[in-house]
Design a protein around this ligand. Structure first.
Ligand SMILES: N[C@@H](CCC(=O)N[C@@H](CS)C(=O)NCC(=O)O)C(=O)O
Length: 215
């Protein structure tokens, strides 16, 4: 089988990269990751060279390029069906995909006001009502899914839905946005997942600081 190569942005900041990276890592399949660091002043020309959208993540598998985080996750789920990246039961699978799409297309207020920043020292941030509404909706999603599945993750075992929401775990944590025990306990479980720990260690070791993302 051809080698799988996932191009990602800075692990400290690139929330869209984290999602498919977690899915690949959790699936157990061998892959290489290559970090294309952002250079916000000039843009990193390498991004345009390799990616049709000039953005990461980008998965390269032989002759095929797959861009967009959720499309990459779908590809990995098909490549490694035994990994169970989507729930087995059809209705749960539909719910998981709804949550994943909601993440992909929504929560703009939270995403722009509170960039993912793995290394950030936890410090509360004053946020708008729109951000608060995003936080509340995400807490509802998590509580609903956890109540139905019984945990430890949204649909029991770690799935693509957890991967899609993983960057939010960092945001809730470092900007001190939540206090509900159900939310906090779920966040601890995501942070303790071996794949999350591996990404975190790599993010902490990175030299780059992106001023725009240090709020
Ligand atoms: N919808 C895309 C979003 C990709 C995206 O915005 N990636 C950011 C990094 S997190 C990027 O490549 N930024 C570089 C740039 O815009 O120059 C996905 O889900 O993959």
């Amino acid at each position: 089988m051809s080698k799988l190569v996932l191009y990602v942005g800075n692990k400290n900041y690139s929330s869209w990269s984290l999602r498919p990276w977690l899915a690949l890592e959790a699936s157990g399949i061998a892959f290489e990751d290559i970090v294309i660091p952002f250079d916000f002043a000039a843009g990193n020309p390498k991004l345009r060279e390799i990616s049709p959208t000039g953005r990461v993540p980008l998965l390269v598998h032989g002759d095929v390029k797959i861009w967009e985080s959720l499309a990459i996750i779908e590809y990995v789920a098909e490549l490694v069906p035994a990994a169970g990246l989507w729930p087995e039961e059809q209705q749960d699978r539909a719910r998981a995909r709804s949550y994943a799409c909601e993440m992909l297309s929504g929560f703009r207020a939270l995403r722009s006001a509170c960039p993912m920043n793995i290394r950030r020292q936890k410090q509360a941030l004053e946020v708008s009502d729109d951000v608060r509404a995003d936080v509340a909706r995400i807490e509802t999603v998590w509580a609903e899914a956890l109540a139905r599945s019984g945990g430890p993750f949204l649909f029991g075992p770690f799935t693509a839905a957890d991967a899609m929401y993983a960057p939010v775990v960092n945001r809730f944590d470092v900007y001190n946005l939540v206090s509900d025990p159900v939310t906090l306990e779920y966040m601890e479980r995501v942070k303790a997942h071996p794949a999350s720990r591996k990404w975190e260690a790599a993010a902490r070791a990175e030299p780059w600081i992106v001023a725009e993302d240090e709020v």
